[in-house]
Design a protein around this ligand. Sequence first.
Ligand SMILES: [Zn+2]
Length: 549
Amino acid sequence: MQPEKYRRNPTPNLADRQWPNNQLEKAPIWVSVDLRDGNQALANPMTVDQKLKLWHELVDIGFKTIEIGFPSASQPEFDFTRRLIEENRIPDDVTVQVLVQAREHLIERTYEALEGVKKAVIHVYNTTSVVQRENVFEKSKDEIKAMAVQGAKWVQEYAQKASIAHPESEWVFQYSPESFSQTETDYAVEVCKAVMDVWQPTVDNKCILNLPATVESNSPNRFADQVEYFIRNLPNREAAIISIHTHNDRGCAVAAAELSLLAGADRIEGTLLGNGERTGNMDIVTLAMNLYSEGIDPELDFTSPKKWIEVVEEVTQITTHPRHPWVGDVVYTAYSGSHQDAIRKCLLKQKNGQPWNVAYLPIDPKDIGRDYEAIIRVNSQSGKAGSAFVLAQEYGLNLPKWVQLDFAPVAQKLAEEKGGVVSHIDLFEAFKAHYALGENNDQLENYKVDRNGESETVQLEISGEIWAGQGQGTLSALCDAYQKKTGASIDVIDYSEHAMHQNAMPDGKDAQAIAYVYLDTPQGKTVGIAMAQDTVSAMILAALSGLQR
Ligand SMILES: [Zn+2]
């Protein structure tokens, strides 16, 4: 490693920075650049048909501005723009945006591509960074600024020309000082001010100034300093929409965008899942879901990610990492027993309509189309909590701890036999078989319980024999009856019962209650479980089942 080879990129010294004191309260204006920045980073750029497919997903998600390409750069990009317009595929509330360099013939061609459009953003850029000025363009600051001013003039002139044939077309101008993050911030302000002097935007007719971290070269806090400094020093800031376009070279594109919003930015450009040049663009899904998880309406609809993820993967030929924030396959899954146990307990306490308050799950996975079965995977590594969770979520069974412990080896053996993740159906079948649920209900032919002051009397007819006993409750009276019948002393260690969830009801049987009984017998401890039409029957049957086992 040769750290002496590198130096920190200078950023403004902003001692009175305000952004750390701010909070996000609403979603920014979102701009998808999937079809442009995302597309230009692909080994195999999208075909026109693929672009159309992704376009429709972006519209469905709810993007109101979509950068569709660089129509002056290639024929497919030009053709795609024409198809959207000629086939009337742009909804009235969606604005298309196109990128163009500050060069006259390219700007002219851009307006040709957009002929007849209802509303479009013309996004013109030139690079302003120190390294590009010195090593790529070999131009002075004034010469680079003059390029920006000239580009702004052409954009305006050709818009006026286009309006002669199509007065209905509405044009919005956007300028990017490309590589803003590697540009002296003072100079970026100077160039943008010169562009605004050409366009003469007003509060009612704003231009867009887009500040790209074309290469992410600062920590997010120093990028936020650059943005705040820019906004504070830009004359007539109210006439501009401040847009941010971060890349992910340092892995902080989302953080930089989030802090930029605190610093006063209005608008965010990015892509779904962060596709884009090198390490990619800012991932809009992550930023939008970050806002959502704080209770802010993201104004984008990610309730069915499966559908658009398939399209993104198909057109980019890039698979989604299973641990991708918010939407990766396993990001809501717990394999470890302690995590499973915490999630299960929290979900049991989580009430509808109450703020989400579940350990290990930052949001309710159901919000983005995940069912709870995926949250906890019962495999051979899972402890007792995993199977208890699945039986609770899928069948409404609220297993007491001693049932969980009793059933754990059964679930473990099943997982080992299956050699992977066990489905809830297999698990429930194993549970029913292990406790012979519903199998011996007819052995109890008749019973009578009398309550008499402090004590209860039970009389049972079991397989044709009469049992009778007394005790403080039904279960202790039953133990008494058992002792009178067999001479063996049994104690109730614990018991529990609850109403049945309809998913768990045995076919054709009208079971309303389930009871769990934990008994201490001369042969050892035993668990009995039974379902029946009422609580008392379930309790008696559970005790009998425990004794049989
Ligand atoms: Zn970019």
